[in-house]
Design a protein around this ligand. Structure first.
Ligand code: ADP
Length: 250
């Protein structure tokens, strides 16, 4: 009935509003924590007579906190930009193998530590869309694979086709994700448990960005994981965005 429809709409509006309020509260909290730590170190450096070496150590810690805030703000900007962009992502072909190789170097550059990352993506295999957005999405998946996999672990990037659509997967043999968390991973600021792994410096925004980018490309993300065994993130592109690999020329 009509009444039903109206009350449904109201509930939806209320829910959106509550989500927005939650989001603002979350952003404030996520920024306040490093800011408080930063202010604490700043006061120490200003108030205490420190040896040069000690002072350098504090400055290093302050640097870490400010980088963390910078990281959060830049992820928020990416998310805001994607959400506010009314244009469809377009249909320029994006060479996924080339993109992935570039992103791998960036992901591995996160630390001096090394992981074995193997690729089975043919050069020339493309999907259509916005290259910058796709780089954010794939970059987040690769960075997570590196972050949540102990050094020496293996990360595989694969592709195949399903019903005419290109499918890509990023899998790792890292710490995995308890099954009850999987449905919530793409929520903003959702993180499984900060203490279970080395401090990864994550923001909890990465998979929210992935989800938005893929939605705009009519693509779908599926997540499979097992604790202590590893995780696989699979992206399904629709056929109209999938361009078959051309003959490899390099
Ligand atoms: P973060 O910045 O914390 O990595 P994300 O949104 O990218 O935020 O991921 C959300 C949470 O999902 C992470 O905090 C982590 O607990 C979990 N996660 C994501 N990718 C992986 C992975 N490859 N292996 C294990 N856990 C993962």
């Amino acid at each position: 009935s009509r009444k039903m429809v109206i009350s449904n709409d109201v509930t939806k509006l209320e829910r959106t509003d509550a989500m927005r309020r939650d989001f603002v509260a979350n952003v404030s909290h996520e920024l306040k924590t490093p800011l408080t730590v930063l202010a604490g170190f700043l006061e120490t450096v200003r108030e205490l007579p420190l040896a040069d070496e000690e002072r350098m150590r504090y400055l290093g810690l302050m640097d870490q906190q400010s980088k963390r805030m910078e990281h959060i703000v830049s992820d928020l900007l990416v998310l805001a930009h994607i959400e506010a962009d009314p244009k469809a992502p377009g249909d320029a072909p994006v060479d996924i193998a080339r993109l992935m190789r570039h992103l791998r170097d960036e992901a591995l550059g996160l630390s001096a530590e090394r992981h074995a990352i193997s690729f089975t993506i043919e050069a020339g295999l493309s999907v259509t869309g916005a290259e910058g957005e796709l780089a954010s999405a794939f970059g987040n998946l690769l960075t997570n694979a590196v972050r949540y996999t102990p050094v020496g672990g293996e990360i595989h990037v694969r592709w195949w086709t399903e019903e005419g659509g290109a499918v890509f997967s990023v899998s790792d043999d890292g710490i995995g994700i308890p099954v009850e968390h999987i449905p919530r991973l793409t929520e903003r600021f959702y993180r499984v448990d900060r203490s279970r792994s080395r401090d990864t410096g994550g923001t909890g925004l990465g998979l929210a960005i992935v989800k938005h980018v893929l939605q705009r490309h009519e693509a779908r993300l599926s997540i499979r994981s097992q604790v202590d065994r590893g995780s696989t993130f699979t992206i399904h592109f629709p056929p109209h965005r999938s361009v078959p690999a051309r003959a490899v020329d390099a």
